[in-house]
Design a protein around this ligand. Structure first.
Ligand SMILES: Cc1cc2nc3c(=O)[nH]c(=O)nc-3n(C[C@H](O)[C@H](O)[C@H](O)COP(=O)(O)O)c2cc1C
Length: 342
């Protein structure tokens, strides 16, 4: 079996939701839990790996962000900064400092290799073949997240063990390899992308984006997926580390739609449409991680104040189907609904 008998994968979710407790609970319920390595210090990942190992003996995963190639020019950053000043002032904070940042890539790779993690997935790009083989020699199954056939071909060429095929319905960042020039909204749906990737490979595929229940899971398995990766569905579980204001917003009928925006980080990401997005979506440059660094204090100040209007509220298109159940109960329900063995 491609994923050691598990079909439901809890998505890595950087920013706090996918903590060791949530991931371990999903593992113990028969799914695969993922820790999110993005944004954290390398040492924090090590700590989380130790924690999850105390809570489960089942295989789990760690996700890392592949560093983006530097943008050719920072044109547009100063103008955006000036516009953001208004939001920072309203929240009583300063904008973040911008700096070159590869998310501690070398150190994090070393940690996941040393720790011999069963599954390591990558987002925002594809590691080179040497790195993939290095991890595979440690016994790791390497998963590369792709959003189209061209990216899938590259990941297969670099010998990834499996692909996570992410559709535009997905909550959080689009895992596009190239940020500059990539469309914010893709025309092809997850089902279409999955079918086109399935045509070029027999490698194990994980479908991600907008899947909320057993019917959604079955639809993906019938279309050629070997497993599904679900993020939004787990955000309101009591074990999830998502901020309470974020959990509340996800279930607040005042939030009616999601939108893909670069306004918070400079990369396209889907979240609940709130005041910040309404004010800044149309002028945000494609400059990750600089935009992420600039807006970080705004998001933090908003969370501290309990103001959902200026927080990044990542959510997939299916957010209205969230069930705020304990993670174990949710996984079991999903397995039952999809007619899968527990
Ligand atoms: C809050 C949040 C944070 C996310 N962070 C990450 C991440 O750190 N790494 C990653 O590969 N995917 C991340 N994703 C995307 C998920 O892996 C997955 O593609 C997505 O959740 C699937 O769509 P769904 O949310 O509709 O289930 C995140 C998604 C959400 C909702």
């Amino acid at each position: 079996m491609a994923f050691q008998g598990s079909t439901i994968i809890q998505a890595p979710m950087a920013g706090g939701a996918a903590n060791p407790l949530l991931a371990a609970t999903v593992c113990n319920a028969g799914g695969i839990g993922f820790l999110a390595g993005g944004y954290k210090k390398a040492e924090e990942i090590k700590k989380e790996i130790r924690e999850i190992r105390k809570m489960t003996k089942a295989p789990f995963g760690v996700n890392l962000f592949v560093p983006s190639s530097d943008p050719a020019s920072l044109a547009g950053l100063e103008a955006y900064k000036l516009k953001l000043e208004r939001a920072a002032k309203a929240l009583g904070c300063s904008l973040g400092e911008v700096r070159m940042d590869d998310d501690d890539w070398e150190e994090k790779k070393k940690i996941v290799a040393e720790e011999k993690i069963p599954f390591v997935s990558f987002t925002f790009g594809c590691p080179d073949r040497t790195d993939i083989q290095w991890l595979q020699k440690k016994g790791t199954s390497v998963i590369v997240t792709v959003t189209n056939e061209v990216e899938a071909e590259q990941a297969l060429k670099n010998q990834a063990n499996a692909l996570c095929v992410q559709g535009p319905e997905a909550g959080g960042h689009r895992s596009v390899f190239q940020n500059n020039g990539s469309p914010k909204e893709d025309e092809a749906s997850l089902l279409e992308i999955l079918s086109s990737v399935r045509r070029i490979t027999s490698a194990p595929l994980i479908a991600a984006g907008g899947i909320m229940d057993g019917t959604g899971i079955r639809e993906m398995l019938d279309a050629g997926a070997d497993a599904v990766q679900m993020g939004t569905a787990f955000l309101c579980c009591p074990e999830s580390g998502a901020h309470p204001i974020y959990k509340e917003a996800l279930r607040n009928p005042a939030f009616t739609e999601t939108i893909v925006t670069r306004s918070f980080t400079g990369r396209p990401a889907r979240g609940l449409k709130n005041d910040f997005i309404a004010a800044y979506d149309d002028c945000a440059p494609a400059l990750y991680p600089y935009v992420h660094q600039l807006t970080q204090p705004i998001r933090k100040a908003a969370a501290d104040r309990g103001d959902a209007g200026y927080m990044s509220l990542w959510a997939g298109t299916g957010f209205k189907g969230i069930r705020p159940l304990p993670a174990e109960e949710l996984v079991k329900k999903l397995l039952d609904e999809a007619g899968l063995e527990r």
